[in-house]
Design a protein around this ligand. Sequence first.
Ligand code: ASP
Length: 188
Amino acid sequence: MLTEERRKAWQKWKTEQVKKNPVKGSSSGSESPENHDTIALLILGADGNIAGGCSTSGWGYKLPGRVGDSPIIGSGLYVDNEVGAAGATGLGENVMRYCASYQVVEFMRQGMSPEETCIAVIKRIAKQDPLGINLSINFVALDKKGNYGAAGTGNGFTYAVTTPKVSGVLHSAALSGVDTGPIGGNRF
Ligand code: ASP
């Protein structure tokens, strides 16, 4: 909200970012993953239908007019009732440029497990993107048989699972040892 209080908080944040994440040749800092929060919810109903939804505050202090990956079907979320569903969190630019959730579902269509697909999509993006493994992205996936899995570029991404038998918080596969902290808002 554009209140005086929020303006001051933003100025303080900007000053801190310059110290914490300095960008060479720039007076501003880079974005920090601490200020964003997305959830994706993937559901396999008792009737065998798959559904998904997501909610986000976007990236903290984003540029005016920025649209992240979450509202774009195929980027932050994708559901195909024949195959499964996938959702993303993390730096949306690194997800939407690659239609990533769509790709997760397409890999599941080819027979890969949900965790394998999340890993495969991150590896494919990392191969193409100059940021490599420093993309700050995470995926969660669920297939039509009720198999689920998740993976992230770094360490620390957790996801919650509830089935008729178990309910708990799991650690997703991490493609690097970098601590991604609370990316995706899923820290418990
Ligand atoms: N994916 C969201 C975005 O880039 C941020 C997040 O996952 O918290 O807008």
